[in-house]
Ligand binder design. Structure first.
Ligand code: ADP
Ligand code: AMP
Length: 216
């Protein structure tokens, strides 16, 4: 299955992707994770992406489409993939359609997470990430057993620099202006399935299962 997780920052895409990737046996492809890896590896891509990410802006389409083109061409995507955080603009969505057509592939479903704006701010500012394995936590809603330490790998948790309140607000306006139009784009293609993301993490997982015709 080729699936897109769509929704505003903080909607729970990454959290659900951690589980979906195992249930569906497909790779989890997060452009945000790819940019963060490039930053920590100190590559030229990382240096360029960081300038946009720190301001809460989108990395230019040409760069983002380029990294997805290389990633989707890899062998592990032949049996399906889970896109998280891509596409984020209509230009990216059109480029993806073109790319998949060339590869003889298509999108099976676009799972659109719906969460009210005020909840997104609380989720983003309380998010903590593991430096080692990238597991996503929340100070209130998904706290680790030992404060500041990852349950899975024991590494330190940190707050993403773009999860500070000023940047969060900018990211949410960027979402409204540039990414929300994708709801209509995929609705018109008959691929959109909207999920209530404003419920506990395991209930969201069940709703995603139902949308995909699975009983989880
Ligand atoms: P996204 O990938 O869409 O930006 P995340 O999956 O990183 O969002 O989730 C944002 C924050 O909200 C994280 O701190 C996560 O632990 C928390 N979170 C995710 N899903 C839920 C949920 N259903 N209820 C409450 N908090 C959630
Ligand atoms: P995320 O981890 O999905 O919240 O993404 C973090 C940041 O990475 C975003 O705020 C953007 O600056 C950048 N980014 C991630 N995915 C994309 C994309 N598809 N297009 C442009 N920028 C992106």
């Amino acid at each position: 299955m080729n699936i897109i997780l769509l929704g505003p920052p903080g909607a729970g895409k990454g959290t659900q992707a951690e589980v979906l990737t195992k249930k569906l046996f497909v790779p989890h492809i997060s452009t945000g994770d790819m940019f963060r890896a490039a930053i920590s590896n100190g590559t030229a891509l990382g240096v360029e992406a960081k300038a946009y990410m720190d301001k809460g802006q989108l990395v230019p389409d040409a760069i983002t489409v380029g990294i997805i083109r290389d990633r989707i061409a890899q062998n592990d995507c032949k049996g399906g993939f889970l896109l998280d955080g891509f596409p984020r603009t209509v230009v990216q969505a059109e480029a993806l359609d073109e790319l998949l057509e060339k590869l003889g592939m298509n999108i099976d479903a676009v799972l659109n997470f719906s969460v009210p704006l005020d909840k997104l701010i609380v989720r983003l500012t309380g998010r903590r990430m593991c430096r080692g394995c990238g597991t996503i936590y929340h100070q209130l809603y998904h706290a680790p057993q030992k404060e500041g330490i990852c349950d899975s790998c024991g590494s330190e948790l940190y707050q993403r620099s773009d999860d500070k309140e000023e940047t969060v607000k900018n990211r949410l306006s960027v979402y409204e202006a540039q990414t929300a139009p994708l709801i209509d784009y995929y609705e018109a293609k008959g691929l959109l399935k909207t999920i209530n993301g404003d419920q506990p993490i395991n209930e969201v997982m069940k709703a995603l299962g139902a949308a995909l015709g699975q009983e989880w």
